[in-house]
Design a binder for this molecule. Structure first.
Ligand code: DQA
Length: 144
């Protein structure tokens, strides 16, 4: 299976950014950690990060006919980007939304996800394990 992992704004600062909330691992650390997991080894995984909404949308569009599944941490776009929501819906590729922190137990604005309903699953609040759980979930989808 080919899986695209998309990370949105400010996630390039992981490791430095509020480590008490998001942990000490950088995005590269997470990528390396995931690549060593046996479940991930069965898949071709491409990581992408951008701070720009349009670039994220272009990447999602570019996944058509190439990727079998998408894992996305839209960062703050989760809470207000109808454009990213529409892109996920448009490409019709099973997409798992992930969050390192538990968005339901934080500020009120984080409790709302406008992207969740077009995703096959939302996984939140388990730190870096959310990426592995995302792979596991896609791996077990009956249609893939
Ligand atoms: C996040 C949660 C979002 O609310 C926040 O804006 C992020 C990271 C998470 O992984 O916990 O940038 O998506």
């Amino acid at each position: 299976m080919k899986i695209l992992i998309v990370n949105g704004p400010n996630l390039n600062l992981l490791g430095k950014r509020e480590p008490e909330i998001y942990g000490n691992e950088t995005l590269s650390d997470i990528e390396l950690w995931l690549s060593k997991k046996s479940e991930a080894k069965n898949h071709e995984i491409l990581w992408f990060q951008s701070n720009h909404e349009g670039e994220i949308i272009d990447k999602i569009h570019g996944a058509i006919d190439i990727f079998d599944g998408i894992i996305i941490n839209p960062g703050a776009f989760t809470h207000y980007s109808y454009a990213i929501r529409d892109a996920i819906s448009a490409v019709n590729i099973p997409t798992v939304e992930v969050h390192l922190s538990d968005i339901k137990s934080r500020e009120d604005f984080r409790k709302v996800s406008v992207t969740k309903d077009v995703c096959v699953k939302q996984i939140s609040g388990k730190g870096i394990d959310v990426y592995l759980e995302g792979v596991h979930f896609l791996n077990n989808l009956p249609t893939l």
